[in-house]
Design a protein around this ligand. Structure first.
Ligand SMILES: [Zn+2]
Length: 489
């Protein structure tokens, strides 16, 4: 009897030991339990999210090696493979040189670039925080993963995420896809959020953990990612774990998450803010007391009267022209910061496309004007030519950019002509005149925009001159004064 019971216990234990891992492994194909090592955009990441599947017209598509991954509740799909396997009337192409990924079906198309948040839906540019992700796993050579809903809805299919079975369900519909001209996704709500963002003013308040004083708290943001960061000294993961926001803030906040950074001993709350179809940024003004943090969301144009975007050309591993040990990117940034300081002292709100040695995509730079309600955009560069003789100053604008601002008193052409005349007058450099060409930052801008080539770094004399304090002070004062003149009109 005793023996029988013992055997029964042993066999029950064996059952647990032998069969449990199998059932866990089964669960792992849909609901991942163990982190999977993925290399996402070159960064090794322990992925703990959902590993999903895909079905087209009711049929499961076998994509075992490249399943769907969920990031921030958005299913990212290996669209290339899906199309090749199951959707013959859609086309996928990728140009390695330009970083362009195009998916089309009949008249409908969606174009991504691998380095920007701007996407083109049926030819129209719009802003999406859902950039392509390059994912490598199990030592494969990697694939681009794209946001499923955005892709398939733009192409005129219907898309549903089945959260019970973790499947992206795509079906053919009679829709032409043209109705999806503008960005539709779970982030953009059914009602036209554009209208609601027109005069938005919402306050988010956060109670701080006990013992935290205002000296322990700081607030910063990233306008490209639409994120605001509240940094609190110490480990407050538990306290912030289930942080929520009131209904009143749902027009402004998409999501809040917290994370602890051991090396700095800080807890960072990341607030992902809402944008409209065009990606209009919500800015914040904040107030920190010993007990509470208040964050007020508003559009840039509702907070500031006068807004200028300053763009220092190039950055990071794109140095611009390199001559005599001088990198163009550094010269551009020095001038931009000097111009910005003068404008800020004169009461103008300046947004910089970059303030340090980082590389921002040209399209993201061009889109800041619209997203931040700016009056104008000025990009500063230094020129180069194969001939060392060539020297002088020129200002470029694009004939495709016919926007105006400040009650139609400012256009790209007016900006270019004013700045060119003022620069030649003050710098006494060779007048290379106003030129028209289609740089991305001038052409795709939605506010008046110019690109200034201050001097030729390839010319030995002009290079030496360009790095003097005198030249930089004169150039930046001139550019700032030209901008200030536009506001005086
Ligand atoms: Zn340049």
């Amino acid at each position: 009897m005793k023996n029988k019971l013992f055997r029964a216990i042993i066999s029950a234990l064996c059952f647990v030991v032998i069969f449990l891992p199998v059932s866990m492994a089964k669960a792992a194909t849909t609901d991942s339990l163990k982190p999977i090592t993925l290399i996402i955009d070159g960064v090794e990441t322990a992925y703990e999210g959902i590993v999903g599947e895909f079905s087209f017209n009711g049929e499961k598509i076998n994509i075992k090696k490249t399943p769907t991954y969920l990031f921030n509740d958005t299913a990212f799909i290996n669209v290339k493979k899906i199309i090749k396997k199951a959707i013959p009337d859609a086309k996928y192409s990728y140009n390695k040189n330009t970083g362009r990924i195009k998916i089309s079906r009949g008249d409908c198309s969606i174009v991504f670039y691998t380095d920007t948040m701007v996407v083109y839906l049926n030819g129209k540019a719009t802003y999406s925080r859902l950039m392509p992700k390059f994912i490598e796993q199990n030592g494969d050579s990697g694939n681009f993963y794209l946001p499923g809903r955005l892709v398939f809805e733009t192409l005129g299919y219907s898309y549903v995420w089945d959260s019970e079975k973790n499947v992206s369900v795509v079906t053919e519909t009679n829709a032409t896809g043209k109705i999806y001209e503008l960005y539709r996704s779970e982030i953009v709500l059914e009602n036209d959020i554009n209208d609601r963002l027109e005069d938005i003013y919402e306050v988010f308040s956060l109670d701080l953990p006990k013992g935290v004083t205002k000296e322990d708290v700081s607030i910063s943001d990233d306008i490209y990612k639409n994120e605001i960061y509240i940094t609190v000294k110490g480990d407050h993961r538990k306290y912030f774990k289930n942080i929520t926001f009131d209904d009143e803030c749902k027009n402004c906040i998409v999501q809040i998450r917290s994370e602890y950074r051991l090396e700095d001993d800080i807890t960072v709350l990341t607030i992902l803010t809402q944008t409209d179809k065009k990606g209009i940024c919500l800015l914040h003004t904040d107030e920190i007391s010993d007990k509470k943090v208040f964050i007020t969301f508003e559009r840039a144009g509702d907070i500031y009267d006068k807004i200028v975007i300053l763009d220092a050309g190039h950055g990071a591993n794109d140095p611009g022209t390199q001559n005599f040990g001088i990198n163009e990117k550094d010269c551009n940034l020095i001038i931009i910061k000097m111009v910005g300081k003068i404008l800020e002292d004169a009461g103008i709100k300046v947004f910089y496309t970059r303030t340090d040695d980082t590389l921002i995509s040209l399209r993201d730079r061009a889109y800041l004007g619209e997203r931040l309600d700016a009056d104008m955009f000025v990009s500063v560069h230094h020129n180069a030519n194969n001939s060392r003789e060539t020297n002088g100053t020129s200002v470029y604008y694009s004939l495709f950019n016919y926007c105006s601002s400040l009650d139609n008193t400012v256009t790209s052409r007016i900006m270019a002509e004013t700045m060119q005349a003022d620069l030649i007058n003050n710098l006494k450099t060779n007048d290379m005149e106003v030129l028209t060409t289609d740089f991305t930052v001038t052409k795709y801008n939605t506010v008046p925009a110019v690109l200034v080539e201050l001097s030729f770094l390839s010319n030995p004399d002009e290079c030496a001159l360009s790095i003097t304090d005198d030249f930089r002070i004169t150039a930046s004062r001139t550019l700032a004064n030209s901008i200030l003149k536009f506001y005086e009109k």
